[in-house]
Design a protein. Structure first.
Length: 740
């Protein structure tokens, strides 16, 4: 038990309190990972649970791997048997065991967001809708949001269709669900929805896992959605030894369906919960911690905590004011050079964080001209490159030939005589026969293809069946090597002598290297092709971006991508009203508080130095806007701020302190309509889809969808001049209008 001596008193109490419901509120940089790791090791060392009786749900696969390695050092190799991973990886594992109960096979394919979008585009085209009006990405988001609230296509059709727009969503949703099932495929949302369906239909399976998992831990609980919340609650219903860990001040994923109410209302769900607060920050200087506290104090909807540090006071937060984005980028580069010299920092000690990806261009140009190496997170990751997607599609077909998206991707690549005419006939025949595309291919002689196309199809079918045999009998690497060679992909890329062709060939070789490393990994007891593909399919953005973390480069990324990372010196750029916070969030307290939490996350990434920057003018959407400093700058106590030297910035703190908060978009472009004015809101208990409403800032609009539990009902509203917004009804001030 000596390892517990590494903990402070609050951390130790959180580790040793293992019975019943527990909530650990972990402030930024407070040693959360250590507490989770030690808590699991403590349970094993005390003999309270076998390793396979522990369920630990993490935000990324990388976090799970690091925690497991730490536990092994304390508790030994038995830690390998802990059920630890992301929600998606853990429940895909459970689904593969019980897939037949839901009429899938254990080799079902997992569609990533690109596969899902591709299928939705195909369905929109087949249903003859205009994809300029009914945008595939918008429909994909609405289907995902419905699934996160456990609304299936049938329920959506009967409860949520109110106009032409929702009717189109409903028809696409219905067809999409049917096609995924026919293709023996699940998307990421299904990996959360299907376990709940499984547990509802087969109580004995739920009973098995409820009794197996004696202790449950959930990391980053503030980022869970409704489906994840419900899964956790169901599994923990027997023992109720459930411990959630998180920080409501870092809840920034509402756009992905995350529900901050899950952590805010945990005490209501478990009245006898023991609450532990990890408030000591070990990451940042005292100035940075206090500046962050002064920012987040402006949010009303939060759990009470007092984050502090015993670290050195450090430098004040440097405020950079620039004439435009080019001047801003130049000043950032100059400061990076200066700090490298004065503080002996490496390039990898620096991060430049921004609200939107579009802001990276001026920074990239300045870094390039300054000869400073950099990398951008959020670019095209390795597994999303075309040649890798092509190769992975062949591997997927070897395991699940019913995989429609994989089949469409590779049926005529490399070219083998199955062109657009044959493909259209294949799709039409599958729809007519109501079977998968693969079943049509297997029966091509009955489908009316031309002789030439039928022969090409026969060769393709025989090739895929050969790949199936290799996948079933060979290791992952042997099977993949065989498939790469006999599919013609390696030859296709090798024969392309262009720079791009050589790069694609090298990337496929790198994929084979990755599969070989996976095969040789002694920790994996079953290094088969299906286990490799399952691992690849479940990689998160965080897992992808951490691959090259040891390279000495300045990091550029959005604030959302920065979650979980830390740097010696951080630059937060573009702190202008209308950009951060964005105009779309200014009128809603709920959305504004999420923007503030995002700023808080950015600030708390800094360990030693923090710089925030705004430009007086910025080129946006093809024209220059004149900007006011973000309200978030004003929310930092002046005692923690230090303007850069120079005449232009001499009195900047005084100006910021006396400038009123802007209420509309700065500049002359896109003038705001006059607000409706203040009024008493109506009782919204009877608000339903399709109703016309009025909001004091956004004007008039129509309710598209209402979702959520009674106390947390949200309305998606399409405003006439402001576009689509989501409002929390208990805070929204709305007036119900007669529908003319």
């Amino acid at each position: 038990m000596d390892f517990l001596n590494d903990l402070n008193e609050a951390q130790r109490q959180a580790v040793e309190s293992v019975e019943g419901p527990n909530m650990i509120i972990a402030g930024a940089g407070s040693g959360k990972t250590r507490v989770i790791t030690y808590r699991l090791a403590f349970l094993m060392q005390q003999g309270l649970a076998e390793s396979f009786e522990l369920l630990a749900l993490t935000f990324t696969n990388k976090a799970a791997k690091e925690m497991r390695e730490r536990i092994e050092k304390i508790a030994g190799a038995e830690a390998k048997s802990i059920w630890m991973g992301t929600f998606h990886s853990i429940f895909s594992r459970i689904l593969r065991v019980h897939a037949e109960k839901l009429n899938y096979t254990k080799d079902f394919t997992i569609y990533d967001s690109e596969d899902s979008l591709s299928l939705i585009k195909s369905i929109i085209k087949e249903l003859k809708y205009d994809d300029k009006v009914h945008k595939p990405k918008s429909i994909q988001a609405q289907i995902s949001r419905a699934k996160n609230f456990l609304i299936d296509a049938e329920e959506y059709k009967h409860k949520y269709v109110t106009d032409e727009r929702t009717e189109v969503v409903s028809k696409v949703f219905t067809a999409y669900s049917a096609r995924c099932f026919k293709a023996n495929s699940m998307d990421f949302d299904d990996l959360l929805v299907k376990p709940l369906e499984l547990f509802a239909a087969y109580p004995e399976i739920l009973h098995r896992y409820q009794h197996q998992f004696r202790y449950i831990m959930v990391d980053e609980f503030q980022d869970t959605n409704y489906a994840q919340y419900l899964i956790t609650r169901r599994l923990g219903a027997v023992h109720e030894n459930i411990c959630v860990v998180g920080d409501d001040a870092q809840s920034i994923y509402a756009f992905r369906g995350a529900t901050i109410e899950n952590i805010l209302n945990f005490k209501k769900d478990y009245p006898d919960v023991k609450i532990h607060k990890l408030e000591q920050n070990y990451r940042s200087t005292s100035i940075i911690v206090n500046a962050a506290n002064s920012i987040i104090a402006n949010n009303q909807n939060q759990l009470e905590k007092n984050v502090f540090t015993e670290n050195e006071e450090g430098d004040k937060v440097k405020l950079i004011v620039s004439e435009n984005e080019l001047d801003e980028a130049r000043k950032v580069v100059d400061l990076i050079r200066e700090q490298k010299q004065v503080n002996s920092f490496f390039h990898k000690d620096f991060a430049i964080l921004y609200r939107t990806n579009a802001q990276s261009r001026s920074m990239e140009d300045a870094l390039r001209k300054g000869g400073i190496p950099y990398r951008i997170y959020g670019g095209l990751s390795f597994y999303r490159r075309k040649e890798i997607k092509d190769m992975v599609a062949y591997l997927r077909m070897a395991l699940n030939p019913r995989d429609e998206e994989a089949l469409k991707r590779i049926i005529n690549f490399p070219t083998r005589g199955i062109g657009p005419t044959s493909m259209n006939h294949l799709l039409a025949t599958a729809a007519e026969w109501k079977v998968s595309l693969w079943e049509v291919l297997e029966n091509a002689h009955k489908a009316g293809f031309s002789v030439m196309a039928e022969n090409a199809i026969l060769r393709f079918v025989n090739m895929i069946k050969g790949f199936q045999g290799a996948a079933q009998t060979e290791t992952a690497f042997s099977a993949a090597s065989y498939i790469a060679k006999h599919s013609g992909l390696l030859q296709e890329f090798h024969s392309d002598e262009s720079m791009e062709g050589r790069s694609r060939w090298q990337n496929v070789q790198e994929l084979l290297n990755a599969i070989n490393e996976f095969t040789l990994n002694p920790e994996d007891k079953t290094p088969t092709l299906d286990s490799f593909l399952a691992e690849v399919a479940l990689l998160t953005d965080q897992d992808e971006k951490d691959k090259n973390e040891d390279k000495d480069t300045v990091s550029l990324m959005t604030l959302h991508s920065a979650k979980g990372l830390e740097f010696n010196s951080v630059f937060l750029v573009g702190l202008e009203e209308g950009l951060f916070p964005g105009m779309m969030s200014i009128g809603s307290r709920e959305e504004l508080e999420e923007e503030r939490r995002l700023f808080y996350v950015g600030v708390t990434r800094a360990m030693k130095k923090l710089q925030i920057s705004y430009a007086r003018t910025r080129n946006r959407f093809g024209s220059f806007t004149h900007n006011e400093p973000s309200r978030f700058i004003k929310e930092i106590k002046p005692t923690y701020l230090q303007p850069m030297s120079g005449d232009m910035q001499r009195n900047i703190l005084q100006k910021i302190a006396t400038t009123p908060m802007p209420q509309r978009r700065p500049g002359v472009k896109d003038p705001e309509p006059a607000p409706v004015g203040d009024f008493v809101g109506d009782d919204l208990s009877n608000l339903t889809n399709g109703m016309r409403i009025e909001h004091n800032k956004f004007g008039t609009g129509r309710v598209l969808q209402i979702e959520g539990r009674e106390e947390d009902r949200k309305a998606t509203i399409l405003f006439d001049t402001k576009g689509e917004k989501i409002l929390l009804l208990k805070y929204a001030k709305l007036r119900i209008l007669p529908d003319n």
